[in-house]
Write a new protein. Structure first.
Ligand SMILES: C[S@@+](CC[C@H](N)C(=O)[O-])C[C@H]1O[C@@H](n2cnc3c(N)ncnc32)[C@H](O)[C@@H]1O
Ligand code: SF4
Length: 407
């Protein structure tokens, strides 16, 4: 018997038979959204079996609840609560970071999602409200590059009024973070911001963003965010061996004492296009050792259970930094995140290969109660712990791209 969340009938509806695939493509894409490279679309690297889109016959938990019928908070099969929602607002980006959207794949012929496939702001807000009802306290807007959606501050304004939401933030490459946009975001209710920056020298940064974007303009974006009061600013740096590991100490030197919190992220095997190899990962332990030698560090206690970054402070009082050890020390055990793609698929893991199609429910007139039941059923069945069981078999399997699911 197929599970109500993964009914065979609907899975089959979205998986054309081998011979029919070419002619069925236009209809399939309209029906299933344009999963693109990520999940079986025209650019797909995934096998046809990955073209499943989930359409629940009937959610098994009846009504909207952040509580189960026994009164306990909504928890998955590993007793992890639902607390965070990452919302990808676009699969497009103006950078082509080699570890995320390599040019060879995301080039001129790549088909991004058509506008009509993206959730509208109203749809995002409705889903966010239902997730908050189910226990979510923190929302991060991401992408692709979220500032590509020019009126993103209007979404921020709508989300920031939702009661129960304690933290609303956004991750950006800051290339479009002008003074006025930073101010609009702040005024709309964004409390803080995370900016990605992988080096301070243009040669290295160009080699990574692959569109010749200068460091100075990202630094200007950070300055604009600070001036608008989007504090504290976190700076994410993905470290890849032989590419930008030489920039670790200069980045720390630049940002210590500024109040901005630099976070070093291990290069992850997200997606199937970035040519990930374990040998390219610089571990958090190596980074901490480099920085301890250069500046002197001491460990800080986590601020809350499940905090993803391990926190350190400079011994001389110049502030704190973080390391995110997604590869060498996975945090699946305390992961409380769901992810909403720009076309309305919900995933319970960064490494998931199947999502639940909420857009279809939204557009076919499902009630709040029904969608809330789907969310609860999805979460209570969640069993993901990819990073803990990462192996050569899982690494070589198909995965969704970071630019689709939202980093
Ligand atoms: C996918 S991006 C989306 C938001 C925005 N475009 C940006 O770059 O900040 C979110 C974060 O994911 C990180 N990221 C992307 N691919 C990654 C990978 N393979 N391993 C680790 N982090 C990655 C980026 O560096 C960025 O900090
Ligand atoms: S990491 Fe962000 S800026 Fe870089 S390509 Fe991916 S989505 Fe774009």
């Amino acid at each position: 018997m197929p599970s109500p969340l993964f009914p065979q009938r609907l899975a089959e509806r979205n998986v054309p038979k081998q011979g029919a695939r070419r002619t069925a493509r236009a209809g399939l894409l309209r029906e299933a959204g344009n999963p693109g490279l990520h999940a079986g679309g025209p650019n797909s690297l995934l096998a046809p079996r990955m073209r499943y889109h989930i359409w629940p016959d009937r959610p098994s938990i009846g009504s909207s609840s952040r509580m189960t019928s026994t009164g306990a908070p909504l928890a998955d099969t590993r007793q992890r609560a639902l607390r965070d929602l990452r919302v990808s607002v676009t699969d497009r980006c103006n950078f082509r970071c080699t570890y995320c959207m390599p040019k060879e794949i995301f080039g001129a012929s790549y088909r991004f999602m058509p506008r009509a496939e993206l959730l509208s702001f109203e749809e995002i807000v409705r889903v966010a409200r239902l997730f908050i009802d189910a226990g979510v306290e923190k929302i991060r807007l991401t992408g692709g590059e979220p500032l590509i959606r020019r009126d993103i501050h209007e979404l921020v304004a709508k989300l920031s009024t939702l009661s129960g939401l304690r933290d609303l933030t956004l991750t950006t490459n800051a290339s479009l973070l002008t003074r006025s946009r930073a101010r609009d975001l702040r005024e709309a209710g964004l409390s803080r911001i995370t900016v990605s920056l992988d080096a301070l020298d243009d040669a290295t940064f160009h080699a990574i963003n692959d569109v010749g974007f200068p460091v100075s303009r990202v630094l200007k974006g950070i300055e604009n965010a600070a001036a608008a009061g989007l504090n504290p600013i976190k700076i994410n740096m993905v470290v890849k061996r032989g590419v930008n590991d030489h920039a670790v100490v200069p980045m720390a030197r630049h940002f210590r004492g500024t109040g901005h919190i630099l976070r070093f992220i291990e290069f992850m095997d997200v997606g199937s296009t970035n040519g990930w190899r374990l040998d390219d990962v610089i571990s958090s332990a190596e980074i901490v050792s480099m920085l301890d030698e250069a500046f002197g560090l001491e460990a800080l206690d986590p601020q809350y259970r499940g905090e993803v970054a391990r926190r350190w402070r400079y011994r001389d009082g110049a502030g704190e930094l973080g390391v995110i050890s997604s590869v060498t020390s996975p945090f699946c055990g305390t992961c409380t995140r769901a992810r909403l793609s720009a076309e309305g698929q919900v995933y319970t893991c960064l490494f998931a290969t199947r999502g639940v199609d909420l857009r279809r429910l939204l557009r076919e007139g499902a009630s709040d109660e029904y969608i809330a039941g789907v969310i609860a059923a999805m979460w209570t069945r969640r069993d993901d712990r990819y990073s803990e069981i990462r192996s050569s078999a899982t690494v070589s399997g198909p995965r969704i791209e970071m630019s689709y699911i939202g980093g």
